[in-house]
Write a protein that binds this ligand. Sequence first.
Ligand code: PBG
Ligand code: ZN
Length: 328
Amino acid sequence: MAVYPTKRLRRLRYSPIVRDMICETIVTKKDFIYPLFVVPGKNIKKEVKSMPGNYHMSVDEIVRECKEIQSLGIPAIILFGIPEYKDEVGSGAYDPNGVIQQAIKAIKKEVKDLLVITDVCLCEYTSHGHCGVLKGEEVLNDETVELLVKEAVSHAEAGADIIAPSDMMDGRIGAIRKALDQKGFYKTPILSYAAKYASGYYGPFREAAESTPAFGDRKSHQMDPGNSNEAMREIEDDIEEGADIIMVKPAGPYLDIIYRAKQKFGLPTAAYQVSGEFAMIKAAGKNGCIDEERVMMESLTAIKRAGADMILTYFAKDAAKYLDKTRK
Ligand code: PBG
Ligand code: ZN
C-alpha cells in the first residue's frame, strides 16, 4: 500500500472536473417528495409563518401548485389535510368528501404523472390533537388502528398512489395492508413512517397542520431520540407486516438511523427532513449566519449519502430550481 509522499489524496481534488467525476452522492430532483397542506374553501393560499414559501392551500390552489411542482420536475407530493371540522374520533380523516379526498381526486384528474402520497394519521383531525382515540389521557392502540384503516382505504378509494401511515401505533401496517388488499388495492404501496421520533423538530408543522396536542405529548407512541436498536425493531416489524418503503423521521439529526436501516434491511428508504430542520436553515440563512442554498444542498446530500433513496423536504421546490440553475 502506497503512503505519503507517493500517495496524495488531494490529487483528485485540484481539478473541478475530476472532483465532479468522483463525486459519490448526487442529489437529483427525482429524489424529492414535496409536502403540501390542504384546507377547505376556495382561492386560499396563506403562508405558514414559520415555514417561508409553504402555504395552506384550498383544493383549487393545490391543483395549480401541483402543476408547478410537476413542471419543475419534482416527481411526488405528500398531502396533509386540515379538515373543516375536528372531533374526538377524527371523522374528517375518513370522510369520503373530506378535504384530502377532494384534493386527491382533483389532482389525479388535472395533473398527469405526479405521484400522490397521503399521510395517514388522526392528529390533524381530532379536536384534542392526538394521533388516535383517547381513553382518559391514553391514546388507545387497537381502536385507533381501526380508524387508520378506514382513513387509508378512503385515501386509496379517492385515488392515492401511495399510503403513508405516520401514527406509530402497533400493528397498523399489517391491518392497513390487509384492508387495502381486501378492497382490491393490492397494487397500492405502503410507505411506512417506521422509525418516527418524538421530536422537537416538528414545531412548525404543528402550527401548519394545527395539530398541537391539547395536553401531554406523543411519547407513548413516537420513539425516544436516544434509541437506535428500537428503531431497527420498529422497522423490522413494519417490513414483516407489509411495508414497501420505510421512513426515518426526522432526517438530519438521525443520519445514523437512516444509515443503519439501509445497511440492515436494504429496502427502499425514505427520510423526512422535517419542518424544524427546514425552518432552522431558512432562519439562519435569513439572518446571514449561513449561505442558505449551500446548506440546503449540503443537508440534502448528507441525507442521501446516509442511505436515503428519497427525501421528503420543504426545500423540494427551492432545490429543484437551484439544480436547474447550476447543473447542465
Ligand atoms: C403527523 C405528522 C407529523 C409530521 C408528519 N406527520 C407531526 C407530529 O407527529 O406531530 C411532522 C412533519 C414535520 O415536522 O415536517 N403525525
Ligand atoms: Zn399524528
